[in-house]
Design a protein around this ligand. Structure first.
Ligand code: HEC
Length: 328
């Protein structure tokens, strides 16, 4: 296991001026990396190794389009993706550092101040697994979804011990995760259109296909105070359907029967559903409304609906008319 500790003596804010960082989910992440158009890498010692070792999970354009790095930077970046064999590692890093050095610009802006921040990183056991959403469980453990590795992982931050739990359906693309009152970990497999439940005591996983076959991209699960599971989706627009939130019981007669609660504006995906502890307010984030349209002919003008306003991402607070718990 590898542990890295970084101490920053002042608050470090990465502000890439004028650049929006857009992270798009891939429905079938591992397969999509391969087979893209060939990338012409510059000649030099190490080229063949990079070609053979760095294209297994994603296209080489990840390298050619990157901002580049020093040799040390390439070492730090790729050590979470692949354990390069010692015999080739120096040559690979030298090749990357020489042909893809750090491009100038976009440096982090250090904001002066007295804050003293310590960041500790744990490299997860399955390299290149794209650890995604984290979850702090009630017992103090930290969980993550290993999207490309098809695992759920658990970290004991006190000891650094980590354990990964393999998931049954290949490439299920575990995305969001949450814990129920009994300590089971529920996750959305957005690559396979399923919701899964892991019992950490036994490692046993039960998978539930989303009832609607077009619902291939359940994203974020969250429990309300009553123990009902709410699931936000992304990816419906690919089928001409809008995204939204579905709710279901996990016990009793209503178990695994999803009910459609909320629809998203055209082109948007729904993120981050979260309840207030009293269950009376549900917050949702509407991401990229109007995607795939353009400024002159927007497909929606959410949320202003004014002729002079473009669509805007927004956070929405939902309350029940007359008060009370959402869904009651
Ligand atoms: C086992 C899978 C795997 C292998 C092998 C792999 N990578 Fe990656 N790499 C990833 C994943 C996962 C990401 C994150 C992709 C994402 O989030 O879209 C990534 C992202 C990147 C990025 C973009 C990161 C950023 O911060 O912009 C670069 C550059 C990169 N890889 C370089 C390399 C190089 C160089 C090698 C070979 C030495 C390599 N990768 C081998 C899995 C892998």
């Amino acid at each position: 296991m590898q542990t890295r500790t970084k101490t920053l003596t002042s608050v470090l804010l990465t502000l890439v001026a004028g650049t929006a960082i857009v992270v798009r989910m891939q429905a079938q992440p591992p397969a999509q990396g391969r087979g893209g158009s060939p990338v012409d890498l510059p000649d030099g010692p190490g080229k063949e190794q990079v070609q053979s070792m760095c294209a297994g999970c994603h296209p080489l354009t990840n390298i050619t389009n990157s901002r580049g790095n020093s040799q040390e930077g390439w070492d730090a970046l790729t050590s979470g993706m692949i354990a390069l064999p010692p015999a080739v590692k120096p040559q690979v890093l030298a090749y990357l550092g020489t042909h893809f050095p750090r491009k100038p610009g976009g440096e982090p802006v250090v904001v002066p101040g007295a804050a003293n921040i310590s960041i500790r990183e744990w490299v997860v056991p399955t390299l290149g697994s794209r650890p995604h959403d984290p979850l702090a469980a009630a017992d103090g453990s930290i969980w993550w979804t290993g999207q490309w590795g098809n695992v759920l992982g658990r970290l004991d931050p006190k000891t650094g011990a980590m354990k990964e739990f393999p998931l049954p359906t290949p490439k299920s693309g575990p995305h969001g995760l949450t814990e129920d009152k009994a300590g089971n970990i529920w996750y959305t497999g957005n690559g396979a259109g399923l919701v899964g439940k892991l019992d950490p005591k036994t490692g046993q996983v039960v998978e539930y296909k989303m009832p609607d076959p077009a619902a291939r991209d359940p994203h974020t699960p969250v429990f309300d105070p009553k123990g009902r599971l709410w699931i936000a989706t992304d990816g419906f627009p690919d089928f001409g359907v809008h995204d939204g939130v579905w709710a279901t019981d996990t016990e009793g007669a209503g178990r695994a029967i999803t009910k459609h609660f909320l629809g998203c504006p055209t082109g948007a995906e729904l993120c981050g559903p979260v309840f207030t502890p009293d269950g009376q307010t549900l917050f949702v984030s509407v991401q990229h409304p109007g995607e795939d349209a353009n400024f002159d002919a927007p497909s929606t003008r959410w949320p202003d609906f004014a002729d002079n306003m473009p669509p805007r991402p927004s956070v929405v607070a939902i309350v029940k008319k007359g008060g009370g718990e959402i869904g009651s």
